[in-house]
Every structure is written in C-alpha cells, then in structure tokens.
Design a protein around this ligand. Structure first.
Ligand SMILES: Nc1ncnc2c1ncn2[C@@H]1O[C@H](COP(=O)(O)OP(=O)(O)OP(=O)(O)O)[C@@H](O)[C@H]1O
Ligand SMILES: [Mg+2]
Length: 315
C-alpha cells in the first residue's frame, strides 16, 4: 500500500483507550520490552510482514493493528526499531507507543508518536499558529509548486494531506533544532509522513508522567521552575515560542524535566500573536509551580523575556 493510501484509510480512525489502565498493558508490563520478540507473519498476499508485539495482541481485523504496522514498518526495515511493545497514550490527535530501539540507534527505547490527519482539525485556532509560517513540505523545503500551494490554501483532500505532512515536518525540525541547542527535549530519532520517533523518557515499565500528574516537593519545585523558564528563554533565543506549554506538555523523570509536543510552535519574528502566546505559556507554567510554593509574576517574567528579545532582533 502506498503511503498516501494508508494515510487516507486511517485518517479518521480514532482509538479511545488511553492505554494507562488497560488489562492488556498490565499483562505485558511483566516482561521487559527488550525480552520480547516481534512476530513475523504471512499476509494474505504471501508477502512476509512484520507484526510487532503490541499489534500481535490485537485482533487481525482491528484498525489500530493495521495502523500501527503501516505507520512504523518503515522504521523497522530501516533498523531504527525492533518492536512496538505498548501504547503509552491514545488521543484524538495522536497515539504514543513504546518501541524497542535497534542497537544501532544507541538507545534502549524509542517513543513513536503516530498522528491522525484529523489532528489538523482539532489544532485550536490553527490560523494563529500558522500566521507567518511558510508553506513547507515534510523535508522542510519551501513549497513552490502552484498546484500544491493552491491545494493547501483551498484545503482540498490533497491540500490537507500536504498540510498534515508539513505540521509533522515542522515538529520534527523544531525538536531537532532545540535538542541540538541544548534544550531539555527528547532527542528526535526519525520521522516519516505521519510519525515521529524520539528518545523515550521513562523505562520499560512505563513512560514518564507529565508534571500535572506529579506532586513536587518544595525544595525541587524552585530549581525545576527555573529550568523550565531557562528552556522558554532558550526557545526564544531561537525565535521560537512553544504555544501550548503547560504542565501537560512537560514530562518529569528522575528529578528532571523534558518539554514535549511542538506542532503548534510559532516563530516570534513573524507571528503577530507571539507575545500573547508567550505570556500564556509563561502564565500556565507559573500557575503550576505556584501550587508548590513558587511565587512568580507571569506578566513581569514575560516582559523580562520579550523586551530584551525585541531589542536584540531590532539591532
Ligand atoms: N518522548 C516521550 N517519552 C515518553 N513518553 C512520551 C514521550 N512523548 C510523549 N509521551 C507520552 O505521550 C503523551 C502525549 O504526548 P504529546 O503531548 O506529545 O501528544 P498529544 O497528542 O499532544 O497528547 P495530549 O493531547 O495529551 O497533549 C505524554 O503525556 C506522555 O505520556
Ligand atoms: Mg500534549
């Protein structure tokens, strides 16, 4: 099946289970991911196809099974992953799975984020995030073809598909840039038209919780708050604003934090809503840390970031 075909086929498929409390997950949790072996099964057409452990536990007719295989098979063949072992989180826009990494990657585990095309529809106010963005293909090249530009602008089926690939490409490039700049983001490993692979935060028994699921003690809250704000500043040094930063999009593991979830990132140089989005990000972070005794003034903190930034780009 070509990439386009299976994208269309699974575009509207929605899986409701959030994976945190299923019996399936508890059962598999006893066996460390790296001790399981993916199945190789014969498909109807006689072509040998790879069926990872997680998918093998699902009914062969189950849409999720087909979707997972179609989305990540390429990474298996490229020796980036050797198995998909469990669902970390399922949502309307994307599912995140735990994968066993191929030794060549130098990692033990990899997180695979598989998007649905419908994520575009639910990106709230996507016009706000899009303003000032150039049309780019999945590899980040500017889209120059008139046919493609028109398709995206008219939101035709093909246009929406291009748009979808564009968002994923943007998320991957942003994460790569930030990781290389030393930000606390999971190391990106690979991407294709509908999935991003990255360093897994957590261990074989489970993914790192998001900050909103964690109660911090007062001694660690202060330093972690400064760490998050240092990351916000680092992003801005690279002209970027997360755009959806909150305790839901910051993972916590072993006393450290990681920022995740970048599809709605904006370019502070060109987006007219940049300041307002920055202030919202900072405010949400301040609100979370206030619960653990960290006092801060989000309006002042935003100005302390924004004013020097504006002076710098004006020079
Ligand atoms: N690199 C990672 N390592 C471990 N777990 C991860 C990783 N990335 C994401 N997750 C898990 O998947 C969840 C959802 O990730 P993310 O926020 O990127 O997706 P999302 O589609 O925006 O979901 P949501 O709508 O819940 O924000 C995270 O809360 C976390 O539990
Ligand atoms: Mg998120």
């Amino acid at each position: 099946m070509s990439t386009n075909n299976w994208q269309e086929k699974y575009a509207d498929y929605e899986f409701q289970d959030n994976g945190r409390s299923t019996h399936r997950r508890r059962k598999t949790a006893k066996t460390p991911a790296n001790e399981r072996v993916a199945d190789i099964q014969e498909m109807d057409d006689g072509i040998e196809s790879w069926v990872p452990t997680y998918a093998a536990a699902l009914d062969p007719q189950h849409h999720e099974r087909q979707w997972v295989i179609a989305s990540v098979e390429h990474f298996y063949r490229e020796n980036i992953i050797t198995d998909v072992t469990r669902l970390v989180k399922g949502g309307k826009e994307a599912n995140v799975y735990t994968c066993t990494a191929h030794p060549a990657t130098g990692l033990d585990l990899v997180a695979a984020k598989l998007y649905r095309e419908r994520m575009l529809r639910s990106l709230k106010n996507d016009a706000i995030y899009k303003e000032g963005r150039m049309l780019r293909d999945a590899e980040g090249k500017q889209i120059r073809s008139r046919r493609e530009r028109t398709a995206v602008q008219n939101k035709s089926g093909y246009g929406l598909h291009l748009d979808f690939m564009m968002w994923i490409g943007t998320e991957y490039r942003t994460q790569t840039l930030l990781h290389d700049a030393g930000a606390d983001v999971p190391k990106p490993v690979a991407h294709n038209g509908s999935a991003i692979l990255m360093e897994f935060i957590g261990d074989e028994y489970g993914a790192a919780p998001a900050l909103n699921e964690v109660g911090l003690n007062r001694t660690e809250a202060g330093p972690l708050f400064r760490r998050v704000m240092d990351n916000v500043r680092l992003l801005l040094d690279h002209h970027l604003i997360h755009g959806d930063l909150s305790a839901y999009n910051i993972l916590y593991w072993d006393g450290d934090i990681w920022l995740i979830d970048f599809p709605q990132v904006v370019d502070a140089r060109v987006n007219p809503h940049a300041l307002e989005l920055l202030q919202r990000d900072v405010t949400r972070v301040c609100e979370y840390f206030a619960r653990f005794g960290v006092e801060s003034d989000p309006v002042q903190l935003t100005l302390d970031l924004w004013q020097p930034y504006m002076r710098e780009i004006a020079d």
